[in-house]
Write a protein that binds this ligand. Sequence first.
Ligand SMILES: Cc1cc2nc3c(=O)[nH]c(=O)nc-3n(C[C@H](O)[C@H](O)[C@H](O)COP(=O)(O)O)c2cc1C
Length: 346
Amino acid sequence: MNGRPRFGIWALVHGSRGALQDPEEPFDASWERNKRLVLAAEALGFDSTLIAQHTANPYDDEWDELEAWTAAAALAALSERIEIIAAIKPPLYHPVVLAKMALQIQHIARGRFGINLVNAWNRPEYEKAGIPFAEHDERYAYGNEWIGVVEPLLRGERVRFKGKYFQVTDYQLRPADHFRARPTIYVGGESAPAQVLVASYGDIWFINGQPLAEVSRLIASVRAHPRSGDPLRFGLSAFVIARETAAEASAAYAHLAVLAEKDAAIRTRQAANTDPAVVMKHTHAAQTPRIGTNGGTAAGLVGSYEDVAKRILAFHGAGIELFMLQFQPFEAEMQRFAREILPRVR
Ligand SMILES: Cc1cc2nc3c(=O)[nH]c(=O)nc-3n(C[C@H](O)[C@H](O)[C@H](O)COP(=O)(O)O)c2cc1C
């Protein structure tokens, strides 16, 4: 059983998710916009928001980028009910400092906070700052040690840890989490080491948007890993284009696809900056054409209201608990989803 489906929105940390040059959605990655967006999502009945972490804008460093952790803290204070998830790339924060920040935000959010552990694809984000961008599996080895320190600290344990990357002789964080055993741990990443990581430390595995058969295969694969404690749960990223009829949805898709073409040069640059060993990159390469990030429309949530609701229920039947959604123009399409799809699913 995976309860009722939950629905979240990707915060617009680096601008639009589908096409960056859309007259109906001018570029806006500001705090003000994201604050309004997340509070509107909460009012519409969405359950969660994911704030991706990129220090500089991954498309163009001249463009604005929302800072994930400070924004998460502010959103935690301003919202009442919505879950707030902030992404984290381990080399950017020492595990003790990050665990402290997570516990503080959990306190501000009164138990609604989660972290999304991701192990990076964008080379210049680290390298231009002088932070080593280790090769793929070593990034995961580092991430494993890092979460091995963070997780017990989040549970309020006294930690003594001696590893290759971290030596923590004696640390405990107070106040501990008053609301849950600890903040929720999500993991994003598709490779074999990502699967080991989530089976060992994660509560929920975020899967990039892709067809149901692929998602089912990935769920079966990660479930085969040794694990103690509660069963692993699953989330799916998807870009939604829903209309009254399938023909109208196809037309809306075609319209966005034309706009997305204008970003071809940006995508080429992004591809060049991506570590070729990242599995997500290969999954995405097999999914063209596609609109949105992290799989986007490859999850197939493009169609009539009835069909989109049915596909969501099929994913839910396969084990997906949380749908982390993208729209464009975001506010209007998010409202449409709340009006037309949520009642059909619920
Ligand atoms: C739902 C989801 C959210 C992600 N968020 C971020 C993010 O905020 N920042 C980032 O740099 N990468 C993010 N990633 C990408 C991961 O960095 C990437 O999947 C991973 O490091 C590549 O490893 P892999 O080879 O295991 O796929 C996200 C991935 C998923 C599935």
